[in-house]
Design a protein around this ligand. Structure first.
Ligand code: 3PG
Length: 209
């Protein structure tokens, strides 16, 4: 799976879908805004069905799974054609299993120790989570000092909104920004898909290269 669009749009929508019927309209709203990928968190009973429905309706979309914390889920994700996985933390067992399946994981890190653990597994694209709570863009900039030369790149996620985007993008180690502020559960549940398109366009105006 190519993460080309992630690098180009520099935006990762983190969606929590509670009702699988919302899957297609949500995907359509993102596509309409010009965002061809989505991360669906595996924390609702219908998450797997939602991802399958998006892939069926919009095969041009890259669908990633978020909140991947159980290595036993990985074979199913591969089988279903899920393009990438995101985890909140760094679980070596999970990463090693994903690598054996040739499945791209973007694991979460915060500390220098975790960055080095990820690098020692050959991973160069990491989620910086929870970004705001862990020190925000200033913390990421501090990590860029000793690790920038390794080529490591981060997807800061957690507590970010449009106003905070420019600060994160001002560090060269930011590959993309993750967040739910433009695809919030509230908007999805209320069927506010036009508003999701509007907010996504607004976010892309800040992030897209
Ligand atoms: C998550 O996994 O819940 C997201 O990283 C949270 O990001 P948010 O603060 O933008 O909802």
């Amino acid at each position: 799976m190519s993460l080309e669009a992630l690098y180009k749009t520099r935006l990762v929508p983190v969606a929590v879908i509670k009702n699988a019927d919302d899957a297609e309209p949500l995907a359509a709203a993102l596509l309409e805004a010009g965002l061809p990928h989505i991360e669906v968190t595996l924390r609702t009973p219908c998450a797997m069905e939602a991802m399958e429905r998006i892939l069926k309706a919009y095969p041009q979309m890259t669908v990633g799974a978020g909140t991947v914390i159980d290595p036993n889920m990985l074979p199913e994700l591969v089988d279903k054609g899920i393009g990438f996985g995101v985890s909140p933390g760094f679980n070596p067992k999970l990463i090693e299993k994903a690598q054996s399946l040739n499945f791209q994981m973007i694991p979460g890190v915060i500390t220098p120790t975790e960055v080095e653990l990820a690098l020692s597994h050959g991973l160069k694209l990491l989620k910086f989570f929870p970004a705001e709570q862990a020190g925000g863009a200033a913390m990421l900039k501090a990590l860029a000092g000793p690790y920038g030369h390794t080529g490591v790149q981060f997807v800061p996620t957690g507590g970010i909104n449009a106003a905070k985007v420019p600060d994160y993008l001002s560090t060269p180690v930011t590959a993309a920004i993750g967040g739910s502020w433009f695809v919030s559960g509230k908007l999805v549940e209320a069927g506010e898909f036009a508003e999701i398109t509007r907010l996504t366009k607004e976010a892309l105006a800040l992030t897209a290269k």
